[in-house]
Design a protein around this ligand. Sequence first.
Ligand code: NI
Length: 179
Amino acid sequence: MLYEIQTYGKEVLRTRTEEIPQIDDDLRVFVANMFETMYAAEGIGLAAPQVNKSIRLFVIDLSPLRENEGKRVFVNPQILEYGETQDEYEEGCLSIPTVHEIVTRPTSIRITYQDMNGQHYDEQIDGFLARVIQHEYDHLEKTLFVDHLSSLKRSLLKKTLKKIASGEIEVEASENYEL
Ligand code: NI
């Protein structure tokens, strides 16, 4: 089942997310639908608030862009540390259609999370996966990638963001592999 992707201006993207107390069949169905929704929109990452659910979970599948990568689910993630080195990458977001901007982020993180079997992980992650995780994690923290831009850049985007908020610009599957 496809969910409707919530776009810029929707309150759910700015709502506090709740820890997931238990991994049950309802959650498994939810995650399957999230992957379906993400693939239909040709995204490579999707966070629960983007499909109108204020819980701490996101899914990632970098396989369209990176070999040896596949489906990943992060339940109750917590980023504990950010590396000192930063890099730049042009990000997009399924919730902010047509907008692409360079965002500077740390190249490595240390993160704890659970998988769908409830197993706990504590991992050091770097490179492109660390970038995508930080973008999705931001969604759980009510933050969007445009919040990282300079006020000048943001003011230049104001009109476009207004159009998204009013529904004039809608989500479309694109070849950009949005986060
Ligand atoms: Ni996003």
